[in-house]
Design a protein around this ligand. Structure first.
Ligand code: SAM
Length: 200
């Protein structure tokens, strides 16, 4: 999704909003942050296991908005995601220090405490619910905690795949940034990530 190389992952990495993803379980040096971690292990396990059918309902409602070259078909996607959820839960139980409850735009992290920050499926994609001012504050916060680079994916609205009208306006206020193609394919129109140079 973020087209990551070993060099990208050499230092501390922030995954925010990590949710029930298995990235921190599978990758050294990753700190996962999400507000939902505040509920504790048992409730988190109940929620992530219950959420998979709900996610697929969004896909059912917008069938033409998705392509299947990456996952193959809906059943295969469900299997991949179910395995990821179980890896996440095992790691949450065994390595709770990998997981911190926190929410944008106020993360419980020191300034410049990670090399790379990754944010998937929150900023821009939920812009039907989170407004431009919230995005401005959330982007500033991701840059604040990051030494090198912030990457955000996708850049289109969930379900519809529409572009986000305030993306260019916010980019003009940020440190230098670029739109870079990613190999991941799922939501139509979601082919690029935003890469922000956080070094200054
Ligand atoms: C669609 S999930 C994405 C999870 C994961 N990044 C992925 O791509 O599978 C969105 C996540 O954003 C989290 N979230 C909601 N509001 C947030 C906020 N203000 N700051 C950080 N995370 C938030 C939710 O708890 C949820 O886990």
């Amino acid at each position: 999704m973020f087209d990551l190389s070993p060099a990208d992952l050499a230092g501390p990495v922030l995954d925010c909003c990590a949710g029930g993803a298995s990235f921190a379980a599978e990758t050294p040096n990753v700190l996962a942050v999400d507000p939902s971690y505040a509920v504790g292990f048992d409730e988190m396990a109940r929620r992530v296991r219950a959420s998979l059918p709900g996610t697929d309902a969004i896909i059912d409602d917008h069938r033409d908005a998705f392509e299947w070259s990456w996952y193959g078909d809906p059943q295969r996607r469900l299997e991949i995601r179910s395995r990821a959820r179980e890896m996440f839960l095992e790691d949450l139980r065994d390595n709770p220090s990998h997981y911190v409850a926190g929410a944008l735009p106020n993360l419980p992290l020191a300034a410049k405490s990670v090399d790379l920050a990754l944010c998937s499926h929150l900023l821009f994609t939920w812009s039907d619910q989170l407004d431009e001012q919230w995005h401005r504050a959330a982007l500033a916060e991701l840059v604040r905690v990051t030494r090198r680079e912030v990457r955000i994916f996708p850049l289109v609205v969930q379900g519809t795949g529409e572009p986000v009208e305030f993306l260019d306006r916010l980019r003009a206020e940020l440190p230098p940034s670029e739109l870079r193609d990613v190999p991941y394919r799922f939501q139509r129109g979601a082919r690029q990530m935003l890469v922000i140079d956080a070094r200054r």
